[in-house]
Unconditional design. Structure first.
Length: 178
């Protein structure tokens, strides 16, 4: 086989292009990242209130609609939000997940599960509390107050006794207590 001789100027150009290509390939691998879902903060999750927050408010808090929804047989819905980030060459992996239960009325019932969501103890307890949607409107019938007392001067005086009593002032007539 015959050897191919390159001119010295062309050799430098090819070597520069090869190095530039290798550098570009390494840079593209270093910048290679994969994300799924939208990033959300733990404070936004802690701001949800069982019994008050709706699915729309939760969607705003998570910056995206739920990743998955699971309708339940009792009319409630489990909604899951996920966020995943992977930087391949740097080996950085981040994952967040939150699962909430919503009632048939669309209001948040409770927090079911979280993964890598840091909530304070009070916030977690508040979200874990169970909200029971009202089944019937409250009784709004008028409240009846007792009648006002009469003037004490016009009321008869009743003295308890053992029955009819005869008094000399009554001329033998019987008086009965009222």
């Amino acid at each position: 086989m015959a050897a191919i001789r390159l001119r010295p100027g062309l050799y430098r150009v090819m070597r520069t292009l090869t190095c530039a290509g290798a550098l570009a390939g390494a840079m593209s691998l270093a910048a290679c990242s994969f994300t799924t879902g939208r990033y959300y903060t733990d404070e936004r999750v802690a701001g949800l209130v069982p019994g008050q927050s709706t699915m729309m408010e939760a969607t705003r808090a998570f910056n995206a609609p739920p990743t998955q929804q699971f309708p339940q047989s009792d009319g409630t819905t489990l909604a899951r939000w996920d966020y995943k980030l992977s930087l391949v060459t740097d080996a950085v992996y981040a994952h967040k997940s939150t699962l909430l239960q919503f009632g048939a009325d669309g209001r948040l019932i409770r927090l079911v599960d979280t993964d890598n969501v840091m909530l304070s103890g009070d916030s977690r307890q508040k979200l874990l509390g169970v909200y029971v949607p009202p089944s019937a409107p409250p009784d709004l019938s008028p409240i009846v107050l007792p009648a006002a007392a009469e003037d004490p001067a016009s009321m008869p005086i009743v003295i308890p006794g053992n029955g009819p009593v005869t008094t000399p002032a009554s001329d033998g007539k019987t008086a009965t207590p009222r």
